[in-house]
Write a protein that binds this ligand. Structure first.
Ligand code: NAD
Ligand code: GLY
Length: 370
């Protein structure tokens, strides 16, 4: 199966865009950008590139080279790698840089990095001069399969993650699979949790494909990686097309495992568990909850645990958290899906299909921690 050279379309009327998935296509950044902007080769183009300290060499430099080769004026701003950069202070510094760059309403903001850079640069683009065009060049697996698609942008408030944000769709997403090569193993595996999530929530055949390609997944086989990125983007696009602004409840299915995961991340201290690791354990807890409610079989739970384990993801709630059921419940009450104290969970009724379920007693919720 070869999915390199794929284009996935996100159909959102006047906000529609393409996701270009290939190997080595970073060299085409300038050409692709002008196509997405409908801008002739002889027209001036100002690009403001935001990246982080781990991505600058070689990836952001390659983007800069490709852009300047097509006549663009480019400013690259490099922020410190890590979640702390999704802050008001960092955003404010970037506004200063945009002013200094004499950005105008035609200036394009380009994020090259993981979800941190995508969210930060996306929110910068959403808010500067009431909205600049924005391009995502994701460099982590998580960003390729999730955060770069769908237009959620934002920064953290000291009291809560992603509390300040906006929907701002990119004009295009460029995914160069080769960029995965420099990603640390732990970050790569963390991204696989979101890939497995798509199989459980929407696509049983894709889940089976993952089960049958463990070696390729673990070895980062280029064809396997290209396929899982393309299929995940297609599935996310389907959801976003139906519920762009998260108003019908459909987009919430992307949060399978996340109600537990957000509590684990918050209580464990952000950074102790990577997001995908917390999601992996959260999916196991949610599948146990679905089993407890008689919605799925033991076999459906087992298949998820075995697949997550096979790609080196954790499946057990850390002991330090197992002893804190009340704290976990309190954290869950802050979940965006909670309405009037009624915890809502995304639960499978088979591999490949989920529903949002409320009215679950808290004893059952905490019983699924182990
Ligand atoms: P990240 O951006 O912090 O990247 C993880 C680490 O990998 C960082 O240290 C980064 O510098 C490094 N890195 C990135 N690409 C690399 C490469 N190719 N080679 C070597 N190192 C590389 O984290 P993430 O997991 O990509 O994203 C997490 C963020 O995404 C969170 O802030 C989360 O809130 C956000 N998110 C947003 C959405 C959305 O829809 N907007 C969805 C999911 C997650
Ligand atoms: N990552 C969840 C969403 O985009 O809605």
């Amino acid at each position: 199966m070869n999915d390199s050279g794929q284009i996935v379309s996100v159909e959102l009327g006047s906000r529609s865009y393409s996701i270009s998935i290939d190997t080595g296509n970073v060299a085409q950044t300038g050409v692709l950008l002008r196509t997405w902007l409908n801008l002739a080769a002889d027209r001036p183009l100002k690009c403001f590139v935001v990246t982080d300290t781990n991505v600058l060499h070689p990836h952001a430099n390659a983007v800069k080279k490709a852009l300047t080769a097509t006549g663009a004026e480019v400013r690259v701003v490099c922020v410190k790698a890590g979640e702390d950069s999704k802050s008001l202070k960092e955003l404010s510094d970037l506004y200063d840089e945009l002013v200094d760059f004499k950005a105008d309403r035609k200036t394009v903001v380009i994020a090259i990095g993981g979800g941190v850079i995508g969210d930060l640069a996306g929110f910068l683009a959403a808010t500067y001069a009431r909205g600049l065009s924005f391009v995502q060049i994701p460099t982590t697996l998580l960003a390729m399969v999730d955060s770069s698609v769908g237009g959620k942008t934002g920064i953290n408030h000291p009291k809560g993650k992603n509390l300040i944000g906006a929907f701002h769709q990119p004009v295009g997403v460029l995914i160069d699979i080769d960029m995965i090569a420099t990603l640390p193993d732990r970050e790569y595996c963390s991204g696989l949790a979101e890939v497995i999530k798509y199989g459980v929530i929407m696509d049983a055949e894709f889940f089976s494909y993952l089960e049958n390609n463990i070696v390729g997944l673990n070895n980062r086989d280029p064809d396997v990686v290209a396929h899982i990125v393309a299929r995940s983007c297609q599935l996310k696009a389907e959801v976003v097309q139906e519920d762009e602004f998260e108003t019908t409840g459909l987009r919430a299915i992307l949060n399978y495992g996340h109600t537990y995961a957000h509590a684990f991340e918050a209580l464990g201290g952000y950074g102790a568990l990577l997001h995908g690791e917390a999601v992996s354990i959260g999916m196991v807890c949610a599948s146990r909850l679905a089993r407890k409610l008689g919605r799925i079989t033991d076999e459906d739970v087992k298949r998820q645990i075995e697949l997550l384990r096979a790609v080196q993801l954790p499946v057990d709630v850390p002991e330090t958290l197992q002893n804190r059921p009340d704290d976990i419940l309190n954290c869950m009450l802050l979940d965006k899906k909670t309405v009037s104290g009624d915890l809502k969970f995304i639960l499978p009724d088979r591999i490949g299909h989920v529903e949002t379920i409320g009215g679950i007693d808290s004893q059952s919720v905490v019983a699924c921690l182990s």
